[in-house]
Design a protein around this ligand. Sequence first.
Ligand code: SAM
Length: 243
Amino acid sequence: MCPVEHLPLKHLADKRRFYKNYWKNDELRNIRPDGLGEFPEGWDVRAYLKELTARLPHDSLVDFGCGYGRLCRAFAPQKYLGIDLNPGAVKTAAERFPTYSFQEADFDHYPPADIYLAYTVFLHLDDEVLAEVLTRMADSCRKYLIIAEILGREWRRPGTPPVFNRDQRDYVSLASAAGFRLAWEDARPYQHYQSNPRFADKNTDLNVLVFENQRIRSNRDQLKSPAPNQRAFVVDTRALGNL
Ligand SMILES: C[S@@+](CC[C@H](N)C(=O)[O-])C[C@H]1O[C@@H](n2cnc3c(N)ncnc32)[C@H](O)[C@@H]1O
């Protein structure tokens, strides 16, 4: 498990406060670092996310840690809700993308949705906070959880903010404790890191992990003859194939 010494706070309530204040005061500094442009990945990730989510049947998607709404145009406005701890980012997102919905997040209420997307968010949460987030998410996320970020414990460092990058097996273990099963994975180049020789000894791919909510799947499996208004969903991850 990830060491929490980089975040020297003992109590979960203190950590929640730390994160809330950190992101609130951050404004957009760590959401859109200076000089890296809109897509430091080196390609427009929205086209990729559009194609990926088109293969996952869904009526709603929560962009968890949406920042200033950079990714929202990958999705249909009527299916999309962006949530973020940072009220300034949520305000900017709403101004920039008036046809999309955004709201300030807190740690207790996660809106129900078929898909939860966490794009470069979880690496900022230590294991204890992430375990709590995943447990609440498993209650609200009806089908799929997509985690997209650079994997690799070699990236961990203290600092502002500290980062807790994980290996894939760390996510599999934390997510499965909350009821999610890894269904599909992918890796794409993250150009900003690949092009820098300083990072030659590190993983520089953007990794994409798609989990399905097992709790809901087993409920579905128990439904021998669903009532007419109960829509069973079929998880066919073969449909993801090679994007
Ligand atoms: C590096 S930014 C990524 C923003 C966006 N996903 C993107 O790719 O442009 C991380 C974002 O996660 C948000 N965040 C961090 N912890 C969060 C939490 N527990 N709940 C909601 N948002 C959170 C931060 O406020 C910040 O906007």
